[in-house]
Design a binder for this molecule. Sequence first.
Ligand code: F0G
Length: 416
Amino acid sequence: MFHLECIDCGERYDPRKVIYTCSRCGGLLSVKYDFSRLPSRLDNEWKRHPLSVWRYKELLPVERTELRVTLGEGGTSLNRCLRLSEEVGLKNLYVKNEGENPTGSFKDRGMTVGVTKAVELGMEKVACASTGNTSASLAAYAARAGIECIVLIPSGKVAFGKLIQAMIHGARVIQIRGNFDEALKIVRSICLSYPIYLLNSLNPFRLEGQKTIAFEIRDQLNGEVPDKIVVPVGNAGNISAIWKGFTELHELGLIDSLPQMIGIQAEGAAPIANSLKRNLDHVEFVNNPETIATAIRIGSPVNWKKAVRAVKQSHGMVEKVSDAEILEAQRLLAQKEGIFVEPASAASVAGLIKIKERGLIDKDEVVVCILTGHGLKDPNIIMKQFPKPVEVEASEEAVMNALMPKKSIIEAPARM
Ligand code: F0G
């Protein structure tokens, strides 16, 4: 029903083999399905199940679905944002809130499939390098499966909430004195030498779970395809996965157009945005990536080739935003729409604002921003920006006094 294929040389591989890149040319691998063997009324089949990753099991690379390792991932809400739309100057702006996933990020979509795959392949240990969310998610799914989890993280650069998730789920957490790119290099090498299954987005099965973001958007918009999908980009797996999801729907005749893929990177970690702007045919890596959006603090995105193809094929673009723009977008989402996201997720909205200001988007276009992770994962960033709430005596009078004067909490700078 499916096989692995190199995106560069086309070499095919048995999906029961533990392999992450093409052994002939080193290229990235992608999962290909035999569409002729899918049920003819796929859509009707899907409608019988609730919105979730596993609703789309016919297009997931799992043979033994009874083994599935699940925590109820996917089925996240797609919110129409009227107040934010007004602020940005758009009429049809939606956000898909991936923070609603079991561990608070879109990574759970990939991990439910990736860890199921590990179990199916008989692997008893899984590992990843992470800026935080991947490790939190892998640790939870490994615990659920009863297998061992090893995570490598850049020391001091992982948001507190994510670190404690990996710890409580029992992962063996190793902090390296280096960045994410270095951690990934090490873990890749370890997984090639030992019977440990790599679950970074280099793993093509994991990305299959993430492509369900596209399937859900189509179903939530009743078959309508957005004009633009805006996604924060780090290791560049998610933008590639979402694009793959839309192209599969298109090939199956389930949608009649494709969206433009818009990737957003942080200014200090923008190898793809910078390289595309310079019209390079490859991506020049950034040696010392830096941004407050630690989730996307990545200088050598392993999936750059898939991402660049997604952007070029969809006539999209990759933009970069400053840390200040990211924090402003985070505050806007929280205060205009009631949605609290972590800084990396807010990058999508910050990027959208920038693109709108440059006149690269029409006000009538249907736009979906992917909000990749929950704000509670990174509380420190909030504590650094906002003054401590006022403290008064425990009396109604004191509370009213604090509310009424000019410098009350009602009129504190945080209000918009
Ligand atoms: N947003 C959040 C909240 C993330 O955690 C990540 C990646 C991204 C966006 C970017 O996705 O890498 O597929 O382009 N986080 C990884 C991690 C790297 O280790 O948690 P991408």
